[in-house]
Design a protein around this ligand. Structure first.
Ligand code: GLA
Length: 389
């Protein structure tokens, strides 16, 4: 049975029938290069995946909200109301759709009736492929369609980021929501987060695969560490800003940074800023390499990105380092790096077709041996943005 019928069948089971229910989809994302640059006014290069979140939905006559996730079926139906859109620790995953509904209200889009919703995602849980942003954008998209709001997908991304920042308390940048809302099949998005200008770049995966290695490490402290890195960068920026006429770390190139870096008092903070500056430049070079069809250089820059995230930004950890360093040993691996926020989550590797099986086998065995539990591997495809099915 296809996924649409499957989710509608569940909808009927949970809410009595599925008459008038509609089904929507939003992808997950993987970032190819440009990590922890999006809140520093730098460039990112993510793409949407064919994996994502499906949502079946129907309007209600009252103001009640009912949520059911096929991924967390044990939680059953979680009820709320349009009159009670507040973050709630016990509300689990529903804080993401609720945050989106709240953000719509804040931006002046009036949702005038409640909803019954069933959600099903096929993004591996906790993998760092942005399942939460995917839930946010599928919610935003279904609200836009059901209530007839005139909102562009780019605006949906901004509302998603706003809800994540203000409702869910993670001070994230724009990358995840933008990649998901603006995704295009077989393309990555070269986005300048300083002004949201972007272009699509064709990613030709002929003869190779995009492989995700999921560390299965719980994120734990991740979110607070994320906010901490962001603050370190902001402080570093203020220290070097005096008289420089720059707005973000993304305004600097490597040379200029090396000249003025001693204005940053603390050594750790200097390293964080160094990563932000170098990673941004690396991303620009990587996109050029891809346009020039120089995939070897693209892979080399992916590897350098990981080293910088490991040594300067310090967001990798033994699990991600093991996955990447084992990957580097394998013939046929073009490039490999951690992707997303770090502190757990997953890595992304470009692997020649003929080496994929060996990659999963060897990296998997070495990981289990060293870390004590297994990693999961997925060969993924680049998909499009949100849609109604
Ligand atoms: C998370 C955030 C993004 C971005 C990445 C790191 O995924 O949500 O905004 O900062 O981490 O590149």
């Amino acid at each position: 049975m296809d996924i649409k019928n499957n989710i509608l069948k569940k909808f009927a089971k949970i809410y009595g029938n599925a008459e008038g229910a509609r089904v929507f989809f939003a992808p997950g994302r993987v970032n190819l290069i440009g990590e922890h640059t999006d809140y520093n006014g730098g460039h990112v290069f993510p793409c949407a995946l064919t994996l994502g979140t499906y949502a079946a939905v129907r309007k209600r006559e009252d103001r009640k909200l009912r949520f059911y996730s096929m991924n967390f079926s044990k939680l059953g139906v979680i009820e709320s109301s349009l009159d009670n859109l507040k973050p709630d620790k016990d509300a689990g995953w529903t804080n993401y759709p609720k945050g989106m509904m709240w953000a719509f209200g804040e931006k002046g889009y009036k949702i005038d009736c409640g909803l019954d919703i069933v959600v099903k995602g096929n993004i591996p849980h906790g993998s760092g492929l942005s399942s939460s942003a995917s839930v946010e954008i599928v919610t935003g998209y279904l609200l836009k369609v059901l209530f007839g709001f005139e909102i562009s997908n780019q605006e949906l991304a901004l509302i998603g980021q706003y809800s994540e920042n203000k409702f869910n308390g993670v001070n994230c940048g724009i990358m995840d929501q933008f990649a998901i809302a603006m995704g295009r099949k077989d393309c990555a998005i070269f986005l300048d987060t300083a002004d949201l200008s972007y272009e699509y770049a064709q990613v030709n995966l002929q003869g190779m695969k995009l492989v995700i290695s999921c560390s299965n490490k719980r994120r734990g402290l991740g979110d607070s560490k994320y906010n901490e890195r962001r603050e370190e960068c902001e402080t570093a920026l203020t220290e070097i800003q005096a008289g420089m006429g720059i707005n973000t770390l993304g305004d600097l190139d490597e040379q200029l940074f090396e000249q003025i870096k001693m204005a940053i008092k603390d050594e750790d903070r200097r390293k964080r800023a160094r990563h932000a500056v170098y990673e941004n430049r690396r991303t620009i070079r990587a996109v050029q390499a891809l346009k020039d069809n120089d995939i070897a250089l693209f892979g080399k820059l992916m590897n350098e990105s990981h080293i910088s995230l490991r040594d300067d930004y310090e967001v990798t950890g033994e699990e991600l380092d093991t996955l990447v360093e084992e990957a580097w040993k394998i013939d046929g691996v073009i490039g490999s790096r951690m992707t997303g926020a770090g502190f757990g989550g997953c890595t992304v590797s470009l692997v020649k077709d003929e080496a994929v099986e060996k990659f999963m086998e060897k990296v998997g065995a070495a990981y289990k041996e060293r870390i004590g539990y297994a990693a999961d591997f997925y060969s993924v495809e680049i998909g499009s943005g949100p849609c109604e099915l």
